[in-house]
Design a protein around this ligand. Structure first.
Ligand SMILES: [Zn+2]
Ligand SMILES: [Zn+2]
Ligand SMILES: [Zn+2]
Length: 267
């Protein structure tokens, strides 16, 4: 991976693999100004990020969600190693790339630990039952080990704290590691989670479009929440094709930015 800065002990490197909503941007069949834009920041793969941190002498790569575009993301950013996956929720755009973990199994020769709520992992077991049932030899299946989490846990020397929030009536997880947090696909954050999001340096927060949405924060709602949470910097993600990067970025308040595919930051 080509990165702008060196990863040091105690830091987290964030790489945005996808900043788009479930359809991706451009949308199939759409000729709108965003979908036909030449600005690379208007090309959004499905939402996912890669976090890296040092665990002693090892650099660990932790993927949040296995998006529909995981293969393309892995090739684009030359990913060679995935040490763990954190799952936010079981919607198609966040889990449909799970089969691509096979390629990392081929390299790493071991099962990849995956973390999520009991609901999320239950849905993954049902939706991808072929992974978890005995089938004929050949072809190969992803080797993953599911770990249910419902509170803070340690992963490669760092504390990871699930951040429960509501995505319509589905509970999703965001994740906090140190002064970084990632929370997408929600339209309500309970007080107990807001308490867990104090003192952040960098927050990646989901916001789908300008208009109010049944299960996602709108841009306006996300900006308001970002103000309440008060992270040093908040980057919006999971945006649809109504969001033209260059236009909206100019209108956002201080310390609130639009993320884009390929954006990398050290926290
Ligand atoms: Zn989504
Ligand atoms: Zn469009
Ligand atoms: Zn969702």
């Amino acid at each position: 991976m080509e990165m702008s800065e060196q990863l040091k002990e105690g830091s987290i490197r964030l790489l945005v693999l996808g900043s788009g909503t479930s359809t991706g941007v451009p949308m199939i069949g759409c000729d709108c100004p965003t979908c036909s834009s030449n600005d690379s920041r208007d090309r959004r793969l499905r939402a996912s990020v890669l976090l890296s941190w040092m665990d002693g002498v090892f650099e660990r790569n932790i993927l949040i969600d296995t998006s529909t575009d995981l293969r393309q993301q892995s090739l684009l950013y030359r990913l060679k190693q995935i040490d763990a996956v954190l799952f936010t929720h079981p919607h198609a755009d966040h889990i449909h790339g799970i089969d691509e973990l096979r390629s990392f199994n081929f390299i790493q020769h071991q099962s990849i630990p995956c973390y999520g709520s009991s609901y999320t992992l239950g849905r993954i077991r049902t939706m991808f039952d072929y992974i978890f049932t005995k089938t004929q030899a050949g072809g190969g299946k992803p080797k993953v080990t599911l770990h249910e989490v419902n509170g803070k846990f340690t992963l490669f020397g760092r504390k990871v704290e699930p951040l429960p929030a509501m995505h319509g009536d589905m509970e999703v997880y965001g994740f906090r590691i140190g002064s970084f947090a990632y929370l997408t696909d929600c339209n309500f954050v309970p007080k107990s989670t807001i308490e867990k999001m104090k003192g952040l340096k960098l927050l990646v927060l989901g916001a789908v479009q300008f208009k109010k949405h049944a299960t996602h924060f709108s841009i306006e709602e996300a900006v308001e929440l970002a103000g309440t949470l008060g992270a040093d910097k908040t980057y919006l993600t999971h945006m649809n094709h109504f969001v033209k990067h260059s236009k909206l970025q100019k209108e956002l308040p201080k310390n609130i930015y639009l993320s884009f595919d390929g954006m990398d930051k050290l926290v």
